[in-house]
Each structure stands twice: as structure tokens, then as C-alpha cells.
Design a protein around this ligand. Structure first.
Ligand SMILES: O=C(O)C(=O)[C@@H](O)CO
Ligand SMILES: [Mg+2]
Length: 263
């Protein structure tokens, strides 16, 4: 069964962040995800989830100066203190908000002088993340990002991320399988959904190549939804795209999977 989560960092962005929860629920979503809730208290965010009966599927740990180009710390040898602080904060939010999963970003490492030091930093930081989140009953996700949108990011390919997860040897770290990034970098989406079954705990979707609604472009999302069903994926598909216009006007493709309000 296809279950959708609205990504509130990208959908309904004509409204202030806290009002996006109301808009997502009114549009028929039962779940949401977002990158960084940290400008708001846990209580403020929880009140919006509760009053709309929404569950939360994913948050990101703080990733640094986003506008300045930072994209997390895990693979950056000089940022271990920032990493630990962002992890503790994210665990507090995830626990307080009933969110099962934290996306921990690895960082831009293209300019780091020593690639092996980046991998060593990643291993150490991610083991810390895995162990602390496991104690809190949470999962960590890592996400390869396409090099067109995110040049220099530490993780770009699905198989490379899987290799790192294998070396990490922690059961609560899994892939965040973003179909948009995976198609741009690796392709072979249906076979990949089958082959990586169990290795991804969260999925995100968007049209390719423009990152708009998943109803145009080079991917056949009806077949992709069927493939996730066929392999028994029972998590949420995060709608992480830039709407072509007002979010609600572009939700025709999602209508079969949204709660019909007033029905
Ligand atoms: O850009 C994406 O895709 C995401 O999922 C964000 O969390 C940033 O990595
Ligand atoms: Mg994503």
C-alpha cells in the first residue's frame, strides 16, 4: 500500500513552517517529514502534529550553515564536536516528536585534503550516531545525493553507501532511498528497489530531471509504487519535490493515496 508523507521543507512553502502541518493534513496527508525543525521548540512542533493527527517519519540532524553551503558534518574530520552536538539535539527532537528516524548528513568533502581521513571520521561519527540512537530506539538514515545538485557531497552512489553501511556493522543505520537522486546517479530503479529491499528504511520521490511532482519526466511512478508494494516496503514515501505551483494544485497524482476529507 502506497503511503505518502508530505515533506514540509519543500511542500506548502508559501505558508510559514508551522502552518504547513495544517495544510498537509487538509490536503489528506497522514504523515509529514522535514529537514530542520530547530527554529521551533519541540512543544510547538508537537502541538501541530497532534492537532492535525499527523505522524512524523523523518527529521534531519542540524547540518550547519545551509545558506553558506554546509551539508552536515559526519565525514568532516574537523567537525566532530559539531557532529556530536547536532546528534544530541536531533535525538531530543526525534524522541519528543515520536519520530522513528534521523537523517544524518555526511558533508561536503571535495575540498578535504585527505579522503581516507574523511572515511575514518564518517565511521567514528556514524558509530556514535548508531549507538546513541539505538539506545533511544531510533534509526539513522544516510542518503546519497546527486552530484549535479550537491557537488562534492561525500555520498553520491547507492552501492558506495551500502558498502559503508556494511563496514559500519550497525543494524539501525539504513539507506534513505531517494528515487530522484538514485535515478540521476545510478538508474535501474525497479531492479534496485528489489535488490536493496530491507537496506532502505525510508524512501523519497520526485520527478526527474526537474524535481517537480512525480507525474512527469523520465520515471514511471505507477510502476515504481507497484515495485515498492511488491517487495513489501511498508514505510512512507516522502514527497520531496518542488511543486510547479501551489502545492495543492499539483496533488492530482497523489489523490488515490490521500485521505479524502469530508468523505
Ligand atoms: O535533498 C534531499 O534529497 C534530502 O533528502 C535532504 O535531506 C537533504 O539531503
Ligand atoms: Mg532526499
Amino acid at each position: 500500500m502506497t503511503r505518502l508523507a508530505a515533506n514540509l521543507s519543500m511542500l506548502f512553502t508559501d505558508a510559514p513552517f508551522l502552518d504547513r502541518f495544517d495544510r498537509a493534513a487538509a490536503a489528506g496527508f497522514e504523515a509529514v517529514e522535514f529537514l530542520f525543525p530547530y527554529a521551533h521548540s519541540i512543544d510547538e512542533v508537537k502541538a501541530r502534529l497532534d492537532r492535525n493527527g499527523l505522524s512524523l517519519t523523518l527529521i534531519n540532524a542540524f547540518a550547519g550553515d545551509w545558506a553558506g553551503g554546509e551539508r552536515g558534518f559526519a565525514a568532516r574530520p574537523s567537525k566532530t564536536a559539531e557532529f556530536a552536538a547536532s546528534l544530541n539535539q536531533a535525538i531530543d527532537y526525534a524522541t519528543g516528536l515520536g519520530c522513528p528516524r534521523i537523517h544524518v548528513m555526511s558533508g561536503i568533502t571535495a575540498d578535504e585534503p585527505d579522503a581516507s581521513a574523511c572515511e575514518a571520521a564518517w565511521m567514528g561519527n556514524m558509530r556514535l550516531a548508531a549507538d546513541r540512537t539505538a539506545n533511544a530506539g531510533l534509526e539513522v538514515s544516510i542518503e546519497p545525493l546527486n552530484t549535479r545538485d550537491m557537488p562534492g557531497y561525500f555520498l553520491a552512489h547507492q552501492d558506495a553507501a551500502l558498502d559503508l553501511i556494511g563496514k559500519l556493522d550497525r543494524r539501525n543505520v539504513r539507506l534513505q532511498f531517494d528515487v530522484y537522486h538514485a535515478q540521476i546517479m545510478d538508474g535501474d530503479i525497479i531492479r534496485r528497489i528489489e535488490r536493496l529491499k530491507g537496506a532502505y528504511g525510508h524512501v523519497q520521490i520526485a520527478g526527474v530531471p526537474d524535481r517537480h511532482e512525480p507525474d512527469t519526466g523520465e520515471l514511471n511512478y505507477a510502476a515504481i509504487f507497484e515495485a515498492f508494494d511488491r517487495v513489501g516496503f511498508d514505510g512512507f514515501l516522502g514527497c520531496e519535490y518542488n511543486p510547479r505551483g501551489r502545492t495543492e494544485d499539483g496533488l492530482g497524482w497523489a489523490a488515490p493515496f490521500l485521505t479524502q476529507k469530508g468523505a
